[in-house]
Design a protein around this ligand. Sequence first.
Ligand code: PMV
Length: 328
Amino acid sequence: MTTATAQAFPNIAFIKYWGNRSDRLRLPANGSISMNLAGLYTQTCVSFEPGLAADALVLNHVPSLGRSLHRVISFLNVVRRMAGKKDFARVTSENNFPTGAGIASSAAAYAALAVAASHALGLDLSECELSRLARLGSGSAARSVPGGFVEWQKGEADADSYAYSIATPEHWALVDLIAIVANEHKPVGSSEGHRLAGTSPLQAARVAGAEQRLEIGRNAILARDFAALAEVAELDSNLMHAVMMTSSPPLFYWQPASLALMKIVPQWRKGGLPVFYTLDAGPNVHLICEASSAEILKSHLDEIPGVISTIQAGPGGPAHLVPDCTLI
Ligand code: PMV
């Protein structure tokens, strides 16, 4: 039996990934930039066992079948092919953050699975190879492999579509205060959403401007220029949601409280509070601020009707192995 356990953090994108050039290889339509979220993590133990008749998956203590299992099996098949091995695996995975809280867990899940499964099969992959591998499970997982502030270059093909750190977690004490406005699972997941992106007449314009937004976002992070990052990240989030809403069929992820926050956050910023919003494929609003403003922002959020709770996270490190199979 060969076993390994790994932890990985989810991430929040400031410049978003939406739409693929190849769905099979998850080659993105455009590059993206994100920050890993410390404290929230997925821990995954993978054991390849000669006696097993099939791969088995337990997610948050519940045996998993159907689509999630099939996605994991396809991923394990890739790792087995790379290692030239045939054994089936038992995969046990847990999140330390509430499921259904609208935090994209597939990024952390596939980053942790890539690290644990490859190590268990004796592959000694570089960070870049791990990021490419994680990308095959979930695009944004490519960005949860390296630490801190991360850019995923879209690349020309499988070999050069991977993510790398542009700054360490210590570079900038930003905080993501996630305003939970709905607890239920999203009706249309991101894999389906990526497939619909090309049906929007706005996707081409969004993609055409992505290089420029990436440059502005990257420079703003490197210079710790909050105002510049705020402006480009809000624009980029709005562009992605414009594509979602004009896809066929259209995807509407917001709740009334999402829009209320999108309207008030720029006003708070004008009033001197350094904060901006960004939303993924769901209704919850990620409010990014500097750590020194997190307390006051939290008290503002407590006043907004429809905000059920908040979750706070700072910049997180890379996906990494942990000593044994003790789960959370
Ligand atoms: O990795 P996926 O397929 O779950 O896609 C994630 C897409 C967004 O979260 C909406 C944007 C992003 O860049 O993370």
